[in-house]
Each structure stands twice: as structure tokens, then as C-alpha cells.
Design a protein around this ligand. Structure first.
Ligand SMILES: NC(=O)c1ccc[n+]([C@@H]2O[C@H](COP(=O)([O-])OP(=O)(O)OC[C@H]3O[C@@H](n4cnc5c(N)ncnc54)[C@H](OP(=O)(O)O)[C@@H]3O)[C@@H](O)[C@H]2O)c1
Length: 315
């Protein structure tokens, strides 16, 4: 009942901006939207969220970014809460913060952002610049605590990890971790996962990019670290591979009616995964992606079939 009441409250707040999908709405009301538990606290999160690099970032930079407001409304009206940004994604954080503020939904969002002033190539971070960047994020996001702050791309962890740890101690953020989407640096991520009490890691995982299954995902389970999955479509890569290819009929057995749901259900079926955050600029795609959080997930045999199917496609 509470969920229904909250939902109606949000609808009343921003009715004209909400995009409701009847089957998703039914799933929300029956409590059928997939949720996962954050290992360090037991808090539950809807397992499908929204990212903001790639196309989202380009639209945020354009003169008319109002489509992003609709995408955010759609996420929040259809049981999603998790939104992933970074100061490195151009204007994404600032534009999204403005729209979410206008919608009156700041408290509903589980907002994960990042910090890193070390630059590419393993440079040292200047702590004053790091703090200035963090204060900008607080201003754009417009709430304290921020739900999660990552050190982006393993950037100078010696300097920057203590900064986010201190923010957590001060109650200014609720969770922290680090991200990496480079197989080359997987060992470095594994080292830090062993040494530090991270709440989350963010990493790249897709049906045709499975290196994280070897060490990182089992390690996250062992160490009680939550996992954000990035690049579930490999940005443009998987779309290129399935261009002109029909979705196999057997995808219906796990409730996937589109390629996006096929790709997202594959990663969600791994038990280490807490949330997947595909980026989109399209309301239709946002609903499609949320649909992956409804209905069955593939079992091991089905996952093997999915891998074999995709591996056989030209890359
Ligand atoms: N190191 C890091 O910390 C790191 C690195 C990479 C990514 N990330 C995070 O992970 C998020 C996801 O990664 P990503 O944005 O690079 O790539 P992605 O989510 O794998 O792919 C995004 C692409 O898929 C398209 N798309 C989304 N939903 C679709 C659907 N249902 N049907 C057809 N096309 C669809 C989008 O286009 P449309 O706009 O047309 O839908 C966009 O071109 C990022 O936005 C970011 O938040 C973090």
C-alpha cells in the first residue's frame, strides 16, 4: 500500500512528465520488480537503473536537453531509483540535478556519482581540487548525503580513497567504492577489493565481455561488495553485433522480448550483480530496460545458450 501511495504522490507531483508502462506498473504494484540487496547494509535497490555517459552525455551538452527530463521521469515513475553520473560526463550531473530538483524527486533517487582529479594515465590527485570537485557534485545533486561516491577509474586511490572514506565517516555520503572498466587493470581492482572495506565496485560486464566472471564477481560475493554493472551493451558494440539479427524465439522463456532485455537479463542473472545502469536518451528505451527487471531471469543452462548465440555472431 505504501508503495502505491508513494507512487500516486509522485504522479501528482509531475503527472505531465511521467511515462507509465501498464505492465511495469502492474509489476510495481505486485512487488514484482527485481530488487537486490546492498551487501554492506541490507538496503534494497531496484536492479535496473540509468547511466549517464554515452548518448546521455551528448544530449546534456546540446541546446535542448529536455528529453533527459522525460527519461529521468520515466525511470522514477516505473520503480527505478538508481542513477549513475560523474563529473567526467560533461554536463550530465548538472543537467540531471536541475531536472530531478524540478520534479521534486531528489529524495527518491539513489544517486551514485564519482570523483577523480588524477586524470588519465595514473597521475597524482591534488586534494584541494578533489574537494572542490566533490563540492560541485553536492551542489548539482542538491542533497546530503549523496547515496554513493566512487573514485572513478581507480584514480590515485592512495590520495582519493581516504577522501571518500572521510566523507562517509562525516555522514556526507552513504556508500563508497571505486570503478574500473579496463580488463588490463582488473588485478588492481581485485587488490583494492581485498584490502579495503568497499561498499560497491562499478565494472564492465556484458554477454560478450565476461572477464569479470573469473575473479572480480566471485571476489565481490566473498567480500560482501555490491556491484554496479556498466556497459551492459558495450555502448555501441552489441547493437552492431545484433543489427539485422532476429531475437531467438527461446528468449521468451526468460521473458525477454527485446535485445536490450536479453542483454540486461544476462548480467542481472549473475548473483554478484546488485544493479545495472544502461545509459539512454530515449523514454522508450528506458521502459524497455526497466522491463528487464520483470519476470524470470535465465538459469545457468540458458545463460550458456545466450553466450553461445552471441559468440557465434560476427564481432
Ligand atoms: N569507468 C566508469 O566508471 C564507467 C565507464 C563506462 C560506463 N559507466 C557508467 O555505465 C553507464 C552505461 O555505460 P554506457 O552508457 O557507456 O554504455 P551502455 O549503457 O552499454 O550503452 C548505451 C547505448 O545503448 C543505447 N541503448 C540504451 N538502451 C537501449 C535500448 N533499450 N534499445 C536500444 N538501444 C539502447 C543507448 O542509445 P539511446 O540513447 O539511443 O538509447 C546508447 O547508445 C554509463 O552511462 C555510466 O553511467 C561508468
Amino acid at each position: 500500500m505504501t508503495k502505491r501511495r508513494d507512487f500516486l504522490k509522485y504522479s501528482a507531483l509531475s503527472a505531465s512528465a511521467l511515462y507509465l508502462n501498464p505492465s511495469l506498473l502492474a509489476a510495481i504494484e505486485s512487488g514484482d520488480m527485481l530488487k537486490r540487496t546492498i551487501p554492506s547494509t541490507g538496503e534494497e535497490l531496484p536492479a535496473v537503473g540509468l547511466g549517464s555517459s554515452a548518448t546521455f552525455r551528448s544530449m546534456a551538452r546540446s541546446s535542448d536537453a529536455s528529453g533527459l527530463r522525460e527519461v529521468l521521469s520515466t525511470l522514477l515513475a516505473n520503480a527505478g531509483t538508481v542513477f549513475d553520473t560523474a563529473p567526467g560526463y560533461g554536463d550530465s550531473e548538472e543537467v540531471a540535478g536541475q531536472y530531478i530538483g524540478e520534479l521534486g524527486l531528489r529524495e527518491k533517487v539513489f544517486w551514485a556519482t564519482k570523483m577523480n582529479v588524477a586524470g588519465r594515465g595514473g597521475g597524482k590527485a591534488n586534494p584541494e581540487r578533489a574537494l572542490a570537485q566533490i563540492e560541485d557534485s553536492f551542489e548539482y545533486i542538491g542533497k546530503t548525503p549523496i547515496d554513493c561516491m566512487y573514485v572513478h577509474n581507480l584514480g590515485d586511490l592512495e590520495t582519493q580513497l581516504p577522501i571518500v572514506q572521510r566523507l562517509k565517516e562525516e555522514g556526507r555520503i552513504r556508500y563508497y567504492g571505486t570503478t574500473n572498466t579496463s580488463e588490463r587493470r582488473a588485478d588492481q581492482l581485485a587488490d583494492i577489493m581485498r584490502k579495503e572495506d568497499l561498499d560497491f565496485v562499478g565494472l564492465d560486464y556484458a554477454v560478450d565481455n565476461r572477464y569479470v566472471e573469473e575473479e572480480l564477481l566471485p571476489l565481490a560475493q566473498d567480500r560482501g561488495i555490491g556491484v554496479f554493472v556498466y556497459l551492459p551493451f558495450g555502448r555501441a558494440r552489441l547493437w552492431g553485433r545484433v543489427s539485422g539479427v532476429d531475437l531467438p524465439e527461446w528468449a521468451a522463456e526468460m521473458g525477454a522480448s527485446t535485445w536490450a532485455q536479453f542483454f540486461l537479463k544476462f548480467v542481472l542473472a549473475h548473483p554478484a550483480v546488485t544493479v545495472v545502469t544502461p545509459a539512454t536518451t530515449s523514454v522508450e528505451h528506458m521502459l524497455d530496460n526497466l522491463g528487464a527487471g520483470v519476470g524470470p531471469l535465465p538459469d545457468e543452462a540458458m545463460r550458456k545458450r545466450m553466450v553461445d548465440f552471441v559468440d557465434a555472431l560476427p564481432s
